[in-house]
Write a protein that binds this ligand. Structure first.
Ligand SMILES: [Zn+2]
Length: 107
């Protein structure tokens, strides 16, 4: 095995990486007030910034639901570093679909 270690899923943050050099990104709590009581319902994500945390939440929310954000709905969420109290920062998340092209050899 190389010094990079095996390429696998980190048990702490869930990201795939070479585990020999992997460092978990900071943990953030994302709270979606709509239909949820308080921060105990918040999702935890491991990314580099609060903004990325809101975007990661939206991607996860959509793929676990009916793609309402990418379908045009906005969601307002609050993001704070995991383990801290307070209201955190507020983000409005939106989404869009992106065209994707595929090529295959014809013969
Ligand atoms: Zn990790």
């Amino acid at each position: 095995m190389s010094e990079l270690g095996s390429f696998d899923r980190c048990g702490a943050c869930g990201k795939y990486d070479f585990l020999g050099r992997h460092k978990c990104a900071p943990a953030w709590e994302v709270f979606w007030p709509y239909g949820h009581e308080d921060w105990t319902d918040a999702a935890t994500v491991h990314v580099l910034s609060a903004q990325y945390a809101a975007e990661e939440w939206a991607s996860s929310h959509d793929s676990n639901g009916d793609y309402d954000i990418v379908g045009g709905s906005e969601a307002t969420v609050r993001v704070r570093p995991k383990g801290e109290d307070g209201l955190g920062l507020e983000f409005i998340v939106t989404g869009e679909t992106v065209p994707e092209y595929h090529a295959r050899e014809s013969a």
